[in-house]
Design a protein around this ligand. Sequence first.
Ligand code: 5GP
Length: 203
Amino acid sequence: MIGCILIISGPSGAGKSSLIREILNHIPKAVFSISTTTRKQREGEIHGVNYFFTDKKSFQKDIDDGFFLEWANVHDNFYGTSIKQITKFLKEEKLVILDIDVQGYMIAKDKLGKFATSVFVTTKSRTGLKNRLISRQADTKETIDTRVENAEKEMAFIDEYEYLIVNDDFNEARDAILSIAASSAHKRTLTDKDEFISRWLKN
Ligand code: 5GP
């Protein structure tokens, strides 16, 4: 047996982190893939919990050393997913949650397709997204504008995902993500048919 991967993308401010927290609280084998980033640490964020915070030089070295499964430049900062961490979690039969942008998803999908289930999370409207980013009080006005602009581009990738959650009512969105997360562990492509049948016949 091997673990599985749940990839969650969507605009910043759509509520991905809160939904991920729900999965981690409700599904014991769920773990979060902690990305490395060059973004400035926000208040309340913990190194090694939310992200591994680093500088551009070290990030470049990690790229050169082949440390990343995927990496991308998002809103002028670099973000990347460690191959080592994912491999370890898969071997431990975990449900690995990746919160990555659409560019990273396209790469990860190619490399991990059969292990992965994908979900795009967004708000009901552009205004709804902007209001959430403003109320979060985590970013400057310029950063918020960049994030909303980026969201418009990200929405064009919705077709690439298996599931779509419009996070308007949080309870509904939570129920949806929990059922998708539970299903992701039963994706048929996680099982090698020949190996499964040969084991099945022996017992
Ligand atoms: P934030 O700065 O708000 O934490 O994240 C900004 C964006 O970067 C989000 O859309 C998030 O999904 C994305 N992101 C976070 N970690 C990674 C990663 O490892 N790879 C990629 N490609 N995107 C990431």
